[in-house]
Design a protein around this ligand. Structure first.
Ligand code: FE2
Length: 380
């Protein structure tokens, strides 16, 4: 049996999975975690995988997904459960839908309960159960559209209807266990069995309703970001956080700023604006006069520009150490900001980028961003 690569995020105890077709190398990643982006990109590259889809089992409350960043780096498409309300996803999955990757297929099963939209995914004789079924456990049902009754039905009627030997790959484990089987969980999972007998639906609901679990630590940050595939577009809130003395630092750079604040800093010469889009994007889409253009990734293939560090250091000679990084949608600029910070600059990421996010109903079909906010720009 071809098994997935199972990757672990120790902070949130989240498992991320990579599966692929052996001959075409076309691949799917399931539930990737923001903090592990670089690791995941290395694994994808080392195995020669061509990422096709980024799949989420649900909108997570305990960690932020790297889906949007993976789209930017790999060109893959996000595929998320239709019932989860993750609007920017290219594919809104419905029950029974199949994602093809090479000669392989991943099938979506609607398994509500942990959240109303939650899905599990079968592949060969294996199932990725998200937070619906954990090893000797199950996801909580006390927030985020959860329902113990729905979960009981998803577990007993959908997942436990799979063949006995089906391998279970959960989204989390807090005890170092890696996988299980449908047979074992059906007969031994203590949430669903008691005294050697299956627990009734009423007893399961009573058990789940009485758990009194603490609120997830990151829920207020994680949920809004995960509804946008991990992009934080709450620029004003982030800006307010930057003003407080104990503002949490972003991973590897100084902070996120709104296009409006970036405009102020640019206008008052307080910081240098680094436009890290490709030369073609600046030439065709538009540019900001006085911005310094240095490509972070280059076509074709969007490989990292090997001369980025040298070009940045040269362009910044004699200038202030404060830099603001701008890309198309505020995602590619995150690794660029981390790179600039590592080179000794005080680096800020400009949220929403030049063009913002796709939105079919908006002007130019984009929402947010430097251009839509009416800030100065030019076109050749
Ligand atoms: Fe969850």
């Amino acid at each position: 049996m071809h098994t997935p690569i199972q990757l672990f995020d120790p902070t949130s105890s989240t498992y991320t999975y990579l599966i692929w077709d052996e001959s075409t190398r076309e691949a799917i990643i399931i539930d990737p975690v923001e903090e592990q982006l670089q690791r995941d990109l290395v694994v994808i590259q080392e195995h020669g995988l061509k990422l096709q889809y980024i799949v989420e089992t649900h909108a997570h409350a305990d960690h932020i997904t790297s889906a949007a960043q993976l789209i930017e780096h790999t060109g893959a498409q996000a595929a998320t459960p239709a019932g989860c309300g993750i609007k920017p996803s290219a594919i809104q999955l419905v029950d029974g839908q199949i994602l093809k990757f090479g000669g392989e297929s991943l099938k979506a099963l609607h398994t509500p309960g942990h959240t109303a939209g939650s899905m599990s995914f079968t592949w060969q004789s294996q199932v990725f159960t998200g937070d619906t079924l954990l090893i000797n456990g199950c996801g909580r049902t006390d927030f985020q559209s959860g329902s113990a009754m729905e979960l009981y039905r998803s577990l007993t009627q959908v997942l436990f209807a799979l063949p006995d030997h089906t391998t279970v790959w959960p989204c989390h484990d807090y005890n170092g266990q890696t996988h299980s089987s449908i047979d074992y969980e059906r007969s031994s999972n203590t949430r669903l069995n008691t005294d050697g007998r299956p627990r009734s639906e009423a007893a399961f609901i009573a058990l789940m309703d009485g758990l009194n679990l603490p609120r997830p630590r990151r829920i207020d940050e994680a949920l809004p970001a995960n509804f946008s595939l991990g992009v934080r577009h709450d620029a004003n809130k982030q800006h307010a956080a930057l003003q407080t003395p104990c503002a949490p630092k972003q991973a590897g750079y100084t902070g996120d700023i709104s296009p409006q604040l970036a405009y102020q800093w640019w206008h008052s010469n307080e910081a240098t604006l680094l436009d890290i889009r490709t030369n073609a994007e600046r030439a065709w889409v538009g540019f900001i006069p006085g911005g310094v253009g240095i490509e972070f990734q280059i076509w074709p293939g969007m490989a990292i520009n090997p001369a980025f560090d040298a070009q940045l250091l040269e362009a910044m000679q004699g200038k202030r150490k404060k830099v603001m990084l701008l890309c198309r949608s505020g995602i590619r600029s995150i690794p660029a900001a981390q790179r600039a910070q590592a080179l000794g600059f005080e680096a800020y990421n400009i949220l929403e980028g030049f063009e913002g996010d796709p939105d079919a109903n908006a002007h130019r079909n984009k929402r947010g961003g430097w251009r839509a906010k009416g800030l100065t720009w030019k076109q050749n």
